[in-house]
Design a protein around this ligand. Structure first.
Ligand code: PEP
Ligand code: MG
Length: 594
């Protein structure tokens, strides 16, 4: 029977195809007595060697696709494979208990699962999870139960899973992955950010999605509305195929209208559209999408999925690559925003009761100047190779900004003494993503070179809605009048102090808000590369005087319902006009979900 569920649409697009249930089918572990202990040990060794071949292959392919640092996790797995204690315990128990190796391996696994559940120490948790991953691969080789591997799917499929590990997401088979449906997560989880960066339609937060279908049965997903339909009727499939085709046509039409030159409004006002990137891989996506620069480089992703911190040279190389790729266009490097939902295991940040309100971003950096200064040195040095700007996340007071600037000045002096070149005119700006920063916007604007509003966090903090909790995702609302007013205040403060004000939260990538954001006075917009075409096209239909009027009306409104209705009407009217002139006859565009 057809079953429609609604989750959180986190990456736009419509996917229709057979389900691949990832890692939901567990195996039965046999238990039997053995007499030939040497043979049993040999079986274990063969399974270990098969696992080594598999890990070496995956290591090589991830290195080729995403770079060595993203493959480090598999190097760590290869080292765990040679863990002497595990080998010793397995061989001793085979000798002593004379039972099959699968059973012994399973009991070891159970023991580590208990460790994982009991320990509240991220470093140990991560190591244990890695070890379990390796034990699982050995077990599957023993049982010949090939673990489903997202790297090489047999055919185009929609992946359904409870959750996906970073290692699986990073190595996903892009050619055959039609879509992604996860039980957990939200628009700002690691998997969602990567799905958007890779252009895979995705829905998250569908509880028990993986238990709703049989393998290979048809699934339909809409990555904008968040609707997922299991076992659709032929009529539903036909309807979504039409929708999919409309989506494709719409994108083609957008590509035609938004293909050339910098983004500007109908009346010729230029509002540059930049890309947000997370990985070095994103540089190419941003270039392909004709980004006019990088408005947000989430550099903390260079610190994830690995066992050591990237040193100054490695960071310098990464930042320099981005700077050179876009020079003379700007590249805004955000200093690490770790903490919150982005934990770096080897930094020993212990779990907190309220991680989003905790030791995060600049708060962490100010207490770890050893780490922060290395990053600042790398960023400043990269500025010699292009138009680099540095941006600080989570600033919540003027004192905090001053403390950061003292460190930047110290690093500048060091580099001058060492005769290392950097751009002396380099600009330092801040993200406005905490309500206190909105209240202090004028004072902050006097002491920095630019603002960029991080609406993902600003919305979570001002509306008190945890951005990664799927249960309250419906309360997460960029059209909330309080949010619109905060955007307005911040932009005005920036203009009064004559500094530019950008926006780099997901809201900037939703064409429904483009006219409003231009009307409020944002000087640039920065978004995930896949959103650039749609936003540029929306911008090309905007008249800036009309946009200012729209902003004027909107900031007086007191409910999000009114604001949303007005914005939807304006966008649909503009699309109608646009489609009539393009001759596609389409009036509805699925935008990027915010
Ligand atoms: C934001 O908070 O809007 C933002 C762009 O930063 P991040 O999503 O990385 O927290
Ligand atoms: Mg943020």
């Amino acid at each position: 029977m057809e079953l429609a569920l609604r989750g959180i649409g986190v990456s736009p697009g419509i996917a229709i195809g057979p389900a691949l249930l990832f890692d939901v089918d567990r195996y039965d572990v046999p238990h039997f007595a053995i007499s030939d202990t040497a043979l049993e040990l040999a079986r274990f060794n063969v399974a270990v060697e098969k696992t080594r071949i598999y890990l070496n292959n995956i290591y090589r392919s991830v290195t080729a696709q995403l770079g060595k640092k993203h493959a480090d996790i598999f190097e760590a797995h290869l080292m765990l494979l040679d863990d002497v204690m595990i080998r010793q315990e397995v061989s001793e128990r085979i000798e002593a208990e004379k039972i099959n190796v699968e059973y012994i391996l399973n009991s070891l696994t159970q023991r580590y699962v208990k460790v994982l559940q009991a320990v509240d120490e991220p470093l140990i948790q991560e190591r244990t999870a890695d070890l379990l991953d390796v034990l699982d691969r050995i077990m599957r080789n023993l049982l010949d139960a090939e673990k489903k591997n997202l790297q090489a799917l047999e055919k185009p499929q929609i992946i359904l899973a409870h959750e996906i590990a970073p290692s699986d997401t990073a190595s996903i088979d892009l050619k055959h992955t039609l879509g992604l449906v996860l039980d957990t997560g939200s628009a700002t989880s690691h998997a969602a950010i990567l799905a958007r960066a890779l252009g895979i339609p995705a829905v998250m937060g569908i509880k028990h999605a993986s238990s709703c279908v049989e393998p290979d049965s048809t699934v339909v997903l809409d990555g904008v509305s968040g609707v997922v339909i299991f076992n659709p009727t032929p009529e539903t499939v036909a309807r979504f195929r039409e929708e999919q085709e409309r989506y494709r046509l719409r994108h083609e039409s957008l590509r035609r209208t938004a293909e050339h030159g910098p983004a500007h409004t109908q009346d010729g006002k230029t509002v540059p559209c930049y890309a947000n990137i997370e990985l070095p891989l994103g540089i190419q996506s941003a270039i392909n999408a004709q980004a006019q620069g990088i408005g947000l480089y989430r550099t903390e992703f260079l610190f994830l999925n690995r066992d050591t911190l990237p040193d100054e040279e490695e960071q310098y190389d990464a930042y320099r690559r981005a700077a050179e790729s876009f020079s003379p266009a700007p590249v805004t490097l955000r200093t690490i925003d770790i903490g919150g939902d982005k934990l770096v295991s080897h930094l020993n940040i212990s779990r907190e009761d309220n991680p989003q309100l905790g030791w995060r971003a600049v708060r962490f950096c100010l207490e770890r100047p050893d780490i922060f200064k290395v990053q600042l040195r790398a960023m400043l040095r990269a500025s010699a190779h292009g138009n680099v700007q540095i941006m600080f996340p989570m600033i919540s007071s003027v004192e905090e900004l001053r403390r950061v600037k003292v460190l930047v000045d110290a690093v500048r002096k060091e580099l001058i003494e060492e005769e290392k070149p950097f751009d002396e005119a380099l600009k330092c700006g801040i993200m406005i993503e905490v309500p206190s920063a909105v209240a202090l916007a004028r004072a902050l604007a006097r002491e920095c070179d630019f603002f960029s509003i991080g609406t993902n966090d600003l919305i979570q903090y001002s509306l008190a809605v945890d951005r990664v909790n799927e249960k309250i995702a419906h309360l997460y609302d960029p059209a909330h009048p309080a949010v619109v007013r905060m955007l307005d205040w911040t932009c005005r403060a920036a203009h009064l102090e004559k500094i530019p004000c950008s926006i780099c939260g997901e809201m900037a990538g939703d064409p429904m808000y483009t006219e409003l954001l231009i009307g409020l006075g944002f000087t640039s917009l920065s978004m995930t590369p896949i959103a650039l075409q749609a936003v540029r096209a929306a911008m090309s239909r905007v008249d800036s005087a009309e946009a200012r009027k729209l902003a004027q009306i909107t900031r007086e409104m007191s409910t999000s319902q009114e604001i949303r209705a007005l914005l939807v009407d304006r966008m649909n009217a503009a699309l109608q006009k646009d489609s009539q002139s393009a001759g596609t006859g389409q009036a509805h565009l699925p935008g990027v979900h915010t």
